[in-house]
Ligand binder design. Sequence first.
Ligand SMILES: C[S@@+](CC[C@H](N)C(=O)[O-])C[C@H]1O[C@@H](n2cnc3c(N)ncnc32)[C@H](O)[C@@H]1O
Length: 203
Amino acid sequence: MQFPFLRVLSGVLAAGTAVLATVAAGTVLSTSAAAQHFTDPDTLAPYYPSPQAVVERMLALADLKPDDTVYDLGCGDGRIVITAATKFSARAVGVEIRSDIYKSTLGRVASLGLSDRVKIVRGDALKTNLRPADVVTLYLLTSSNERLRPILEAQLKPGARVVSHDYEIRSWKPEQTERIMVDGRFHTIYVYRMGSEKDTKRK
Ligand SMILES: C[S@@+](CC[C@H](N)C(=O)[O-])C[C@H]1O[C@@H](n2cnc3c(N)ncnc32)[C@H](O)[C@@H]1O
């Protein structure tokens, strides 16, 4: 399994070295900003978008139906919630902790004329009411999924699906796991279905 976040993080940790000191000032600033965000205990993952082909496959594997409601926890530029609305006729809620990303994604959704189907919320995924969700999508770290797991177990209704890009939910048994190659890199998609505790948890 590949760990793109860890590659990002090692780049972030390298900030301040003599090598990076020679990089253009704008790049150093944005790298420092990423480092600052990632050391915030509320931050579940740095910003790193899923490729569009992965987004579409995640939603197809989730068996997303028209008028289902999908929550993307850490929605970044909104590509998952926008695709849910435009290609699957679903309703979608994107939750984003970073105010800069939240503002630009909110603007993007409005400019696409999707505000009636796609809601962008500035907030913490760990404090979001997930009871209305039919599908939850994640592209976070395994350790972050571990923090979300009890919330998902407490709030999601039977039959709801949780789809995670690259990072599994430990102690849950996936209904499906698919690996797809995009631009020369393998991506793994884990699909979980909420049922009885017996169905979801590993034996
Ligand atoms: C790896 S990106 C995934 C973006 C998008 N879901 C995708 O797959 O393209 C993770 C996103 O989660 C956001 N994030 C991190 N911690 C969060 C939290 N506690 N609540 C909401 N968003 C968070 C980050 O700012 C970032 O935009």
